[in-house]
Design a protein around this ligand. Structure first.
Ligand SMILES: Cc1cc2nc3c(=O)[nH]c(=O)nc-3n(C[C@H](O)[C@H](O)[C@H](O)COP(=O)(O)O)c2cc1C
Length: 209
Protein backbone atom coordinates (compact mmCIF):
# COMPACT_ATOMS: atom_id res chain seq x y z
CA UNK A 1 0.00 0.00 0.00
CA UNK A 2 1.31 3.40 -0.93
CA UNK A 3 -0.38 6.74 -0.29
CA UNK A 4 0.54 9.99 -1.99
CA UNK A 5 -0.24 13.27 -0.29
CA UNK A 6 -3.27 13.57 -2.59
CA UNK A 7 -4.52 10.08 -1.61
CA UNK A 8 -4.32 11.15 2.03
CA UNK A 9 -6.19 14.38 1.37
CA UNK A 10 -8.85 12.46 -0.58
CA UNK A 11 -9.61 10.14 2.36
CA UNK A 12 -12.70 10.94 4.41
CA UNK A 13 -11.94 12.99 7.52
CA UNK A 14 -12.06 10.13 10.04
CA UNK A 15 -9.87 7.80 7.98
CA UNK A 16 -7.31 10.57 7.38
CA UNK A 17 -7.32 11.44 11.06
CA UNK A 18 -6.76 7.79 12.02
CA UNK A 19 -3.94 7.31 9.51
CA UNK A 20 -2.01 10.42 10.48
CA UNK A 21 -2.54 9.91 14.19
CA UNK A 22 -1.20 6.34 14.04
CA UNK A 23 1.64 6.76 11.60
CA UNK A 24 4.16 8.17 14.07
CA UNK A 25 4.05 4.90 16.04
CA UNK A 26 3.45 4.25 19.72
CA UNK A 27 3.04 7.40 21.76
CA UNK A 28 3.16 7.76 25.54
CA UNK A 29 -0.17 7.42 27.32
CA UNK A 30 -0.65 10.24 29.82
CA UNK A 31 -3.37 12.04 31.71
CA UNK A 32 -3.00 15.77 32.26
CA UNK A 33 -4.36 16.80 35.65
CA UNK A 34 -5.32 20.42 36.28
CA UNK A 35 -7.57 22.53 38.49
CA UNK A 36 -9.50 25.74 37.93
CA UNK A 37 -9.29 28.74 40.22
CA UNK A 38 -12.80 27.78 41.35
CA UNK A 39 -11.42 24.42 42.47
CA UNK A 40 -12.87 22.11 39.78
CA UNK A 41 -10.43 19.37 38.87
CA UNK A 42 -9.92 18.24 35.27
CA UNK A 43 -8.30 15.23 33.65
CA UNK A 44 -7.57 14.81 29.93
CA UNK A 45 -5.86 12.01 28.01
CA UNK A 46 -2.93 13.29 25.94
CA UNK A 47 -0.63 11.29 23.67
CA UNK A 48 1.73 14.07 22.56
CA UNK A 49 3.97 14.38 25.61
CA UNK A 50 7.65 14.77 24.75
CA UNK A 51 10.76 15.51 26.76
CA UNK A 52 12.64 18.65 25.75
CA UNK A 53 15.53 19.07 28.16
CA UNK A 54 16.87 17.51 31.34
CA UNK A 55 18.55 20.68 32.67
CA UNK A 56 16.26 22.48 33.22
CA UNK A 57 13.91 19.46 33.30
CA UNK A 58 11.40 20.44 30.61
CA UNK A 59 8.50 18.42 29.23
CA UNK A 60 6.11 19.56 26.50
CA UNK A 61 2.82 18.46 25.01
CA UNK A 62 0.76 19.57 22.07
CA UNK A 63 -2.57 21.20 22.73
CA UNK A 64 -4.87 20.78 19.77
CA UNK A 65 -6.55 23.77 18.10
CA UNK A 66 -8.65 25.64 20.60
CA UNK A 67 -10.81 27.88 18.43
CA UNK A 68 -14.47 27.32 19.07
CA UNK A 69 -13.95 24.14 21.19
CA UNK A 70 -13.55 24.82 24.91
CA UNK A 71 -10.38 23.49 26.45
CA UNK A 72 -10.62 23.14 30.19
CA UNK A 73 -7.06 21.86 30.50
CA UNK A 74 -5.67 24.88 28.69
CA UNK A 75 -7.81 27.35 30.62
CA UNK A 76 -6.82 25.80 33.96
CA UNK A 77 -3.12 25.86 33.11
CA UNK A 78 -3.45 29.52 32.08
CA UNK A 79 -5.16 30.29 35.38
CA UNK A 80 -2.64 28.88 37.83
CA UNK A 81 0.34 27.81 35.68
CA UNK A 82 0.38 24.30 37.17
CA UNK A 83 -0.46 20.86 35.80
CA UNK A 84 0.42 17.22 36.32
CA UNK A 85 1.35 14.49 33.83
CA UNK A 86 0.37 11.00 34.95
CA UNK A 87 1.23 7.76 33.15
CA UNK A 88 -1.87 5.78 32.20
CA UNK A 89 -1.77 2.39 33.94
CA UNK A 90 -2.66 -0.52 31.64
CA UNK A 91 -5.35 -1.42 34.21
CA UNK A 92 -7.18 1.88 33.51
CA UNK A 93 -7.05 2.40 29.72
CA UNK A 94 -10.82 2.46 29.27
CA UNK A 95 -11.35 5.04 32.02
CA UNK A 96 -8.45 7.08 30.60
CA UNK A 97 -9.90 6.95 27.09
CA UNK A 98 -13.22 8.40 28.19
CA UNK A 99 -11.61 11.46 29.77
CA UNK A 100 -11.48 12.73 26.16
CA UNK A 101 -15.27 13.19 26.12
CA UNK A 102 -16.40 16.80 26.08
CA UNK A 103 -17.76 17.02 29.61
CA UNK A 104 -19.15 20.31 30.88
CA UNK A 105 -16.55 22.45 32.62
CA UNK A 106 -18.10 21.88 36.07
CA UNK A 107 -17.90 18.06 35.69
CA UNK A 108 -14.62 16.56 36.83
CA UNK A 109 -13.28 13.68 34.73
CA UNK A 110 -11.73 12.36 37.95
CA UNK A 111 -15.22 11.66 39.30
CA UNK A 112 -16.90 10.75 36.04
CA UNK A 113 -14.17 8.39 34.78
CA UNK A 114 -13.19 6.77 38.07
CA UNK A 115 -9.85 8.30 38.99
CA UNK A 116 -8.79 9.56 42.41
CA UNK A 117 -7.23 13.01 42.80
CA UNK A 118 -4.15 13.08 45.01
CA UNK A 119 -2.21 16.14 46.18
CA UNK A 120 1.34 16.94 47.17
CA UNK A 121 1.59 19.68 49.78
CA UNK A 122 2.37 23.04 48.23
CA UNK A 123 1.38 21.93 44.72
CA UNK A 124 -2.12 22.94 43.67
CA UNK A 125 -2.72 20.70 40.63
CA UNK A 126 -4.13 17.19 41.23
CA UNK A 127 -2.14 14.00 40.56
CA UNK A 128 -3.78 10.70 39.62
CA UNK A 129 -3.59 8.22 42.51
CA UNK A 130 -3.95 5.23 40.17
CA UNK A 131 -0.85 6.27 38.14
CA UNK A 132 2.45 4.87 39.34
CA UNK A 133 4.62 7.44 37.54
CA UNK A 134 3.62 11.10 37.66
CA UNK A 135 5.07 14.57 37.61
CA UNK A 136 4.01 18.01 38.71
CA UNK A 137 4.95 20.84 36.36
CA UNK A 138 4.99 24.62 36.27
CA UNK A 139 4.13 26.31 32.98
CA UNK A 140 7.19 28.01 31.51
CA UNK A 141 6.28 28.64 27.89
CA UNK A 142 3.56 28.35 25.28
CA UNK A 143 4.62 28.11 21.68
CA UNK A 144 2.01 28.57 18.96
CA UNK A 145 2.56 26.34 15.92
CA UNK A 146 0.79 28.23 13.12
CA UNK A 147 1.08 25.43 10.51
CA UNK A 148 -1.04 23.06 12.64
CA UNK A 149 -2.96 25.70 14.63
CA UNK A 150 -1.75 23.91 17.77
CA UNK A 151 0.19 25.11 20.80
CA UNK A 152 3.13 23.47 22.50
CA UNK A 153 2.77 23.77 26.25
CA UNK A 154 6.10 23.53 28.04
CA UNK A 155 6.38 22.81 31.73
CA UNK A 156 9.27 22.49 34.14
CA UNK A 157 9.17 19.46 36.45
CA UNK A 158 8.69 20.47 40.08
CA UNK A 159 7.80 17.03 41.45
CA UNK A 160 8.50 13.52 40.21
CA UNK A 161 6.78 10.56 41.85
CA UNK A 162 7.50 6.91 41.07
CA UNK A 163 7.71 3.57 42.90
CA UNK A 164 11.06 2.87 44.57
CA UNK A 165 11.65 -0.24 42.45
CA UNK A 166 10.76 1.36 39.09
CA UNK A 167 14.13 3.09 38.65
CA UNK A 168 17.63 1.63 38.74
CA UNK A 169 20.73 3.34 40.13
CA UNK A 170 21.55 4.95 36.77
CA UNK A 171 18.08 6.54 36.50
CA UNK A 172 16.69 4.12 33.94
CA UNK A 173 12.94 3.70 34.44
CA UNK A 174 11.38 0.36 33.54
CA UNK A 175 8.05 1.24 31.93
CA UNK A 176 7.00 -2.37 31.50
CA UNK A 177 7.33 -2.98 35.22
CA UNK A 178 5.46 0.25 35.95
CA UNK A 179 2.56 -0.96 33.79
CA UNK A 180 2.51 2.20 31.68
CA UNK A 181 0.27 2.06 28.57
CA UNK A 182 1.19 3.16 25.05
CA UNK A 183 -1.19 4.71 22.53
CA UNK A 184 -1.59 4.36 18.76
CA UNK A 185 -3.92 6.70 16.94
CA UNK A 186 -6.87 7.97 18.90
CA UNK A 187 -8.34 4.76 20.27
CA UNK A 188 -5.81 1.92 20.46
CA UNK A 189 -3.88 1.07 23.59
CA UNK A 190 -0.84 -1.15 24.03
CA UNK A 191 1.09 -2.63 26.90
CA UNK A 192 4.85 -2.27 26.75
CA UNK A 193 7.37 -5.07 26.70
CA UNK A 194 10.99 -4.41 27.56
CA UNK A 195 13.27 -5.93 24.91
CA UNK A 196 16.86 -4.92 25.60
CA UNK A 197 19.06 -1.94 26.41
CA UNK A 198 22.41 -0.90 24.94
CA UNK A 199 25.28 1.34 26.05
CA UNK A 200 25.74 4.90 24.76
CA UNK A 201 26.56 4.48 21.05
CA UNK A 202 30.21 5.48 20.46
CA UNK A 203 31.44 5.06 16.87
CA UNK A 204 34.36 2.90 18.02
CA UNK A 205 32.02 0.53 19.88
CA UNK A 206 29.54 -0.12 17.06
CA UNK A 207 29.41 -3.90 16.45
CA UNK A 208 29.78 -5.33 12.94
CA UNK A 209 26.31 -6.20 11.63
C1 LIG B 1 -5.88 8.66 22.60
C2 LIG B 1 -6.11 10.14 22.67
C3 LIG B 1 -5.03 11.02 22.62
C4 LIG B 1 -5.21 12.41 22.69
N1 LIG B 1 -4.13 13.24 22.63
C5 LIG B 1 -4.31 14.59 22.66
C6 LIG B 1 -3.20 15.48 22.58
O1 LIG B 1 -2.05 15.06 22.50
N2 LIG B 1 -3.46 16.82 22.61
C7 LIG B 1 -4.73 17.32 22.72
O2 LIG B 1 -4.89 18.55 22.74
N3 LIG B 1 -5.80 16.50 22.82
C8 LIG B 1 -5.62 15.16 22.79
N4 LIG B 1 -6.69 14.32 22.89
C9 LIG B 1 -8.03 14.93 23.05
C10 LIG B 1 -8.30 15.34 24.49
O3 LIG B 1 -8.20 14.25 25.38
C11 LIG B 1 -9.70 15.96 24.57
O4 LIG B 1 -9.77 17.08 23.71
C12 LIG B 1 -10.11 16.35 25.95
O5 LIG B 1 -11.52 16.44 25.94
C13 LIG B 1 -9.59 17.68 26.41
O6 LIG B 1 -10.26 17.87 27.63
P1 LIG B 1 -10.52 19.27 28.31
O7 LIG B 1 -11.54 20.03 27.51
O8 LIG B 1 -11.02 18.85 29.64
O9 LIG B 1 -9.22 19.98 28.36
C14 LIG B 1 -6.52 12.95 22.81
C15 LIG B 1 -7.62 12.07 22.87
C16 LIG B 1 -7.42 10.68 22.80
C17 LIG B 1 -8.61 9.75 22.87
Amino acid sequence: MNFTKQDILDCDRIKRLNIINSISGIKPGNLIGSISDKGTTNLAIISSVVHLSSNPPLIGFIMRPRGEVKRDTYNNIRENHLFTINHIPTSHIEQAHYTSAKFDTEISEFDRCGFTPEYIEGFKAPFVKESKIKMGLKLVEEIPIPSSKTTMIIGEIQQLVLPDNAMNETGYINLEQAGTAGIAGLNSYYKLQFLDSFPYARVEDVPTF
